[in-house]
Every structure is written in structure tokens, then in C-alpha cells.
Design a protein around this ligand. Structure first.
Ligand code: ATP
Length: 464
């Protein structure tokens, strides 16, 4: 089960298309580079991940609330947050083949992340020249000078483009939380420490998207702003470490192997303009270690900025001391799509059944898009009728589907490839003994279960 699987990324991408998890975007028009559409099973898997996040971090906790803010926001938000002035990457063009590259990534890939962080545009150009670093497309080292490229998508709001005001697609969901901080406080009577979380789409005009859904220009984030009383370093550190641990445990709960996870603390040079402490959780992807999420201590940077630019008082009044102050925040920010890629990679497995290679997605039952499949052994009305009745009953509690096409072995393979934990077969004996065969995806064991006990059986196996 843990054997090395070659070309795992390619195999997962092929499976996603073959089995209806993820399709290339705008496929019938030849696609649109680096866009992906979540299909019947992919969208359900994504929903399961989001539901798991929402329950774990919002509804199961007493110190958290959820929200869902607008994608389009007043452009002043992005001035205040620093995104208009500072949310950019060093863009360079290869003079030979015109490929657009990120200077810092060229350095990072060749010399390691430390060689690229905190470098000025000029230094980036120099490092590339000195080390003769090559264009990933044509292999020449002949680039234009590095220049700042703002990653926010800009569009217009209004009917006539010339007079309409410029507006941005949000590059992160976090600012929607900060601008609603006071409203949430006043309507919810929350006491510090408390947090606000939301899941939603973000957009970044990435220079080099790629690696399937790892880096795209449109993606989903789940972000939390956890507001705390400004305290000593030790107090902040304690909460920060609690969040690091909470997220580590969350990933393990998703079915991710701990050996493939690691924390990486940011060097002081690497920290964003707002952060004084940041750690990433990284995963060992088939293409190397990559960031899954970041946990940043932002101090009071955002609330200070929004007070300044909006002119509104955003201070919190301490109910015990009547003291007024701006809380500090700890921000865990994760990408849903990257997490979904990890769930797919962690689940993908191959084993041998009856001398043939079987591809099986070993999702945690909670993540599996389909929990149960129901088959009549043959396309005979008396078997179909029983199978359909069982299906309708199961569907009240779990996602389930019906399949009557092809040999039973083929139907099992199909369900294994979408990771369905249990398959139920209705055969002629079922009509006599009122029992069905339940087959377990992982152990391949088959059990006879009474139809009236199916519900209880599945609840025991599937409900966590
Ligand atoms: P990276 O260094 O990979 O560009 P980042 O440090 O800019 O990421 P954050 O701004 O911290 O990312 O965003 C939080 C999370 O959002 C990331 O850890 C990642 O999971 C996700 N994310 C960011 N950019 C993208 C993207 N272009 N495509 C998919 N997910 C993304």
C-alpha cells in the first residue's frame, strides 16, 4: 500500500479527467491555460473538505464565527492593506523566446529559497547573471531587467468603461474580515480572543501558474483572523503555536501522512510587510516541497491601516477594564485547491487484485465523494427494484449512486477509482434471504448484511 508510485501526479491528473473529478477549463474551446473545472466528484470532494474545515474551525468552537464577504470591495481597501503598492512579483522576459518568468522563482529553483528572499529587483537581475541561470523554456540566460508586476486583477465597475471606476478582484479573503470587524463585534457581542473565518474565491494574476491546481489564477482560500489582546511575546507565541498545532491536526484528520508534512518558519527577510512571525505548513508534492498554508502573526497592521484610511474608529472596548485598543491578529490562511490536490495525492494507490493492477482512491470515508454504491447483480426488474429501494433509503443519510452497467468486477473498479468505501450488491439470494453483499473498498472483504440492518451498519462504518 505504501509502495512508491511512479508519475503519481500524471496519474492523478489522468484519473481526475477520466473519472469526473477535474476537467481542463473551457475544454471544448481548446481550454484556457491553467483553469480547471471541478466536475461531479471533484465538486463534492471540495465541498467535503470545506464542510470539514467549517465544522472543525467554526461551528465546533466557541470562539469562532463564520462570514462570507463580497469579492468586489471598495478599492480603498486594497490601498489600506498595501496590495495596491506592494502586492507584486519580479517579472522578467526572456529576450530569446519571450517567455515571462518570475525572477525570484528562477533563483529559488536553482539556488534555494534563501538565495531569493528579500532581494531587490536589481539584485535579482545580478544573481541570475552571475550564476548564469537559464530560461526554463529555451535554456538561454538572456533576460530583460526585473520589474514589479502587480498581481491584482483590475476591472471596471459601471456601464461605460471609460467613466466607470476601476475595481479589483480580491487577491485574498482576509480583508473582507477586517473591514467587517467592527460590525461583527457590535452585532455579535464577541469577547477577545475570538476569530472570524471565511471560505471564498481569490484571484491573482500569477506570472507562472502551473502544477495542475497547485497554482492557478482563480482559487479558493479558507482564512481566519483570530483577534487577541495585544500581549507579551510569550502570550502571542502560545496562541500562535496553538493554531499551528490545530492546523497540523486538521491535515492529519484529512488523511494526510504526517511524514509528508513539515513546518517551515519564514526567515526575517522573507516576511510579508505586515508580519512579524510566519510559518508555512508544507507538503512533499511529487514536484517537491510546496506551501499548503501560512500562519502569520500580523500584529495590529491591518486594523491600524483601515482606521487610518477609512477614518473610522475600529477599537475594541475591553468589557472588564473599559480600556480601548486595536486587537492583534493571528492569521491561518490555507488554499482549498492545494489541499484538495494533497487529498487526491494522499488517497491515490495501486494494488493487485486477481493478478491485475487496481487503482484505488483511499479517501477517508468522510472525504469520499460517494459513500455507497448500489448494484443489482443483473439488469432484471426484480433485482433493480430492490436495489433502487435500498438506494433511496441510503440517500437520506449518505451520498450514494446506482450502477447497473457492465460486469460486476468493472463496476467495483469504477467505484474504487472514485474512492467509494462500500459497494452493495443485490442478487437473487437477496430476494429470498432479504440480505445483500457489502464489499469493503480497502479490505475487499464481502459480508452478507440484512437489508433492514443496512442503515445501522453503514452509520457505524461511515459516521464519525
Ligand atoms: P505562494 O508563495 O505559493 O505564492 P503565498 O505565500 O503568496 O503562496 P498566501 O498569500 O499566504 O500565499 O495565501 C494563503 C494560501 O492560499 C497559500 O498557502 C495557498 O494554499 C493558497 N494560494 C495562494 N496563491 C495561490 C494560487 N495562485 N493558487 C492556488 N492556491 C493559492
Amino acid at each position: 500500500m505504501t509502495k512508491q508510485i511512479e508519475n503519481k501526479m500524471d496519474k492523478v491528473i489522468a484519473l481526475c479527467k477520466r473519472r469526473g473529478f477535474i476537467f481542463p477549463g473551457s475544454d471544448i474551446y481548446g481550454g484556457l491555460a491553467n483553469t480547471w473545472d471541478y466536475a461531479q466528484y471533484g465538486s463534492q470532494l471540495k465541498k467535503n473538505i470545506k464542510d470539514y474545515w467549517w465544522k472543525y474551525f467554526i461551528t465546533d468552537r466557541e470562539d469562532m464565527v463564520g462570514m462570507d464577504s463580497a469579492i468586489l470591495m471598495n478599492p480603498k481597501v486594497w490601498e489600506a492593506s498595501g496590495h495596491v503598492g506592494g502586492f507584486s512579483d519580479p517579472l522578467m522576459d526572456c529576450k530569446n523566446c519571450q517567455e515571462r518568468v518570475r525572477g525570484d522563482q528562477i533563483i529559488e529553483n536553482a539556488l534555494g529559497i534563501e538565495a531569493a528572499v528579500g532581494k531587490s529587483l536589481k539584485q535579482i537581475g545580478e544573481i541570475i547573471k552571475e550564476n548564469n541561470l537559464k530560461c526554463p523554456k529555451c535554456g538561454k540566460c538572456d533576460f530583460t531587467e526585473a520589474r514589479e508586476f502587480n498581481m491584482m486583477f483590475k476591472t471596471h465597475q459601471g456601464v461605460v468603461e471609460e467613466t466607470a471606476s476601476a475595481i479589483y478582484l480580491r487577491p485574498e479573503t482576509a480583508q473582507g474580515i477586517f473591514v467587517n470587524f467592527k460590525n461583527i463585534l457590535q452585532s455579535g457581542r464577541n469577547k477577545l480572543p475570538f476569530g472570524v473565518g471565511q471560505i471564498g474565491k481569490s484571484f491573482r494574476n500569477e506570472i507562472t501558474p502551473g502544477n495542475f491546481i497547485f497554482r492557478t489564477r482563480e482559487f479558493e482560500q479558507a482564512e481566519i483572523e483570530y483577534f487577541v489582546k495585544p500581549g507579551t511575546k510569550a502570550e502571542i507565541l502560545k496562541t500562535y503555536e496553538e493554531w499551528k498545532k490545530a492546523y497540523w491536526d486538521w491535515y492529519v484528520g484529512l488523511g494526510v501522512d504526517e511524514k509528508k508534512l513539515r513546518f517551515r518558519d519564514h526567515d526575517p527577510d522573507e516576511l510579508s510587510h505586515y508580519s512579524t512571525m510566519t510559518a508555512d505548513i508544507e507538503y512533499e508534492f511529487p514536484f517537491g516541497w510546496g506551501e499548503l498554508m501560512g500562519i502569520a502573526y500580523r500584529g495590529d497592521f491591518d486594523l491600524v491601516q483601515h482606521e487610518k484610511v477609512s477614518g473610522k474608529d475600529l477599537k475594541y472596548t475591553d468589557p472588564e477594564t473599559n480600556e480601548k485598543y486595536l486587537p492583534h491578529t493571528i492569521e491561518p490562511a490555507l488554499g482549498i485547491d492545494r489541499t484538495l490536490l494533497v487529498v487526491l495525492l494522499a488517497a491515490y494507490d495501486e494494488d493487485e487484485v486477481n493478478g491485475e493492477t487496481r487503482v484505488v482512491m483511499r479517501f477517508n470515508p468522510e472525504m469520499a465523494p460517494v459513500k455507497v454504491a448500489v448494484f443489482p447483480l443483473m439488469k432484471k426488474p426484480e433485482l433493480q427494484k430492490v436495489a433502487k429501494t435500498i438506494l433511496a433509503d441510503i440517500k437520506k443519510d449518505f451520498t450514494a449512486e446506482y450502477d447497473e452497467s457492465g460486469a460486476i468486477g468493472k463496476r467495483y473498479r469504477r467505484q474504487d477509482e472514485i474512492g467509494t468505501p462500500y459497494c452493495i450488491t443485490v442478487d437473487y439470494e437477496s430476494l429470498e434471504d432479504k440480505s445483500v453483499t457489502v464489499r469493503n473498498r480497502d479490505t475487499l472483504e464481502q459480508e452478507r448484511i440484512k437489508i433492514d440492518e443496512l442503515n445501522k451498519y453503514l452509520k457505524e462504518k461511515l459516521d464519525k
